[in-house]
Design a protein around this ligand. Structure first.
Ligand code: PMP
Length: 402
């Protein structure tokens, strides 16, 4: 008998299964609105020109070699990434009580941070928004937390934030619980708290002694403005919170498969930095030993060179504006068709995703009848919408609803 005979079949990961189904579909006008990756006007993946340029420079640089990076990664990368998140003049940086650790994109940074919190700080509970990015639960559970709990976030009836429910659930959370917060462009709803609402969230978290763990997967990609998209994190730092933040460079640099990420730590006293770094070092050493260099070198090169930095900022404006335009185009098309319902949420939402309000049966109908691939939750990636398919997508939604 095989040792593996009793291994049960795990459930498929929805977005990856959806992608495969899309690839296998032979229908000519099929549309992929599942996976969260940027597409051009023509529906093609985009390697940012500044990335191509820096890759050529790096390839020609014979002083670079393939030696291991340090366990906590490339310092030129993690320092620049931390400064991009907190702002160069952040008190936490000036006072040397913040630092970054290069990790494996957003997911790996979340995992290392979660394991540190569960193992070293002994945190028992993590809270995530209902709904949230579908991987938060698995990452935090695998990292050793005892229990994951939801806090209310999305209101079906207003298609907006349920701030009262959110605050009420925070008030009930035990002290020292970890609260996962989306820094901007909430996935999947595309709905963020206003600045005033962030203040209320911070008030309750301070009062209840809850620990913020920000997930920043879309800085610059959401609004086109790095400052705006990091406002919430910077605000919490200014309020004196100690916190962690996982940064992904998948979307804003288009470096999805290079796995470039940074885990920022903000402490309230510089004297604890060496001890914390030493414990993170042990976690990384026992997990993957050290991170890869290629993507981190690209990002470090761009962030540390004003000319390339400006060029990159132009790219994030290009990507974010295209998405914002497609939101308008989709809403206009639905309104022109007089599709029942209010579609203002499509333009009110921000970032890569839109929570359409379509239910599971309707979302499945979109796939089966129209070959438009979207999540069962009704989430669509706005990146998959282009000037040439927006009309088709709108007509399909119209047919599905009416
Ligand atoms: N957090 C959120 C909210 C995300 O949407 C994503 C990407 N889908 C990630 C983290 C992590 O992505 P990656 O590991 O590719 O950086």
């Amino acid at each position: 008998k095989s040792r593996f005979a009793d291994v049960t079949l795990g459930p498929p990961i929805e977005v990856f299964a959806l992608n495969k189904a899309f690839a296998d579909d032979t229908f000519e006008n099929k549309v992929s609105l599942g996976v969260g990756a940027y597409r051009t006007d023509k529906g093609q993946p985009w390697v940012l020109p500044v990335v191509r340029e820096v890759e050529k420079i790096l390839a020609a640089d014979e002083t670079l070699n393939k030696e291991y990076l340090p366990i906590l990664g490339l310092d030129a990368f993690s320092s620049a990434a931390t400064a991009m998140l907190l702002g160069k003049d952040s008190a936490a940086l000036v006072e040397n009580r913040a630092f970054g650790v290069q990790s494996l994109s957003g997911t790996g940074s979340l995992r290392v941070g979660a394991e540190f919190l569960a193992r070293v700080l002994g945190s028992k509970y993590f809270y995530y928004s209902k709904p949230t990015w579908e991987n938060h639960r698995l990452v935090f559970t695998n990292a050793g937390f005892e229990e994951g709990r939801e806090y209310r976030y999305w209101s079906e009836s207003t298609r907006g934030l349920d701030i009262e429910g959110f605050l009420e659930d925070l008030r009930k959370a035990p002290e020292n619980s970890i609260i996962i917060l989306h820094a901007c462009a909430h996935n999947p709803t595309g709905c963020d708290p206003t600045q005033d609402q962030w203040k209320q969230i911070a008030d309750v978290m301070q009062e209840r002694k809850l620990f913020p763990f920000f997930d920043s997967a879309y800085q610059g990609f959401a609004s086109g403005d790095l400052e705006k998209d990091s406002w919430a994190v910077r605000y919490f730092v200014s309020r004196g919170f100690e916190l962690l933040c996982a940064q992904s460079f998948a979307k804003n640099f288009g470096l999805y498969n290079e796995r470039v990420g940074n885990l920022t730590f903000v402490l309230n006293d510089t004297s604890y930095v060496p001890q914390v770094k030493s414990q993170v070092t042990l976690i990384v050493r026992g997990m993957y030993s050290n991170p890869p260099s290629h993507g981190a070198r690209i990002v470090a090169y761009v962030l540390n060179n004003p000319k390339f930095y400006d060029q990159w900022k132009e790219h994030i404006r290009t990507m974010s504006s295209r998405i914002i335009e497609m939101r308008k185009a989709l809403r206009d098309a639905l309104e022109r068709l007089s599709t029942p319902g209010d579609w203002s949420h499509i333009t009110a939402q921000i970032g890569m995703f839109s929570y359409t309000g379509l239910n599971t049966a309707q979302s499945e109908h979109m796939i089966k009848k129209h070959h438009i691939y979207m999540l069962r939750s009704g989430r669509i990636s706005m990146c998959g919408v282009t000037p040439s398919n927006v009309e088709y997508v709108a007509q399909a939604i119209h047919e599905t609803i009416t």
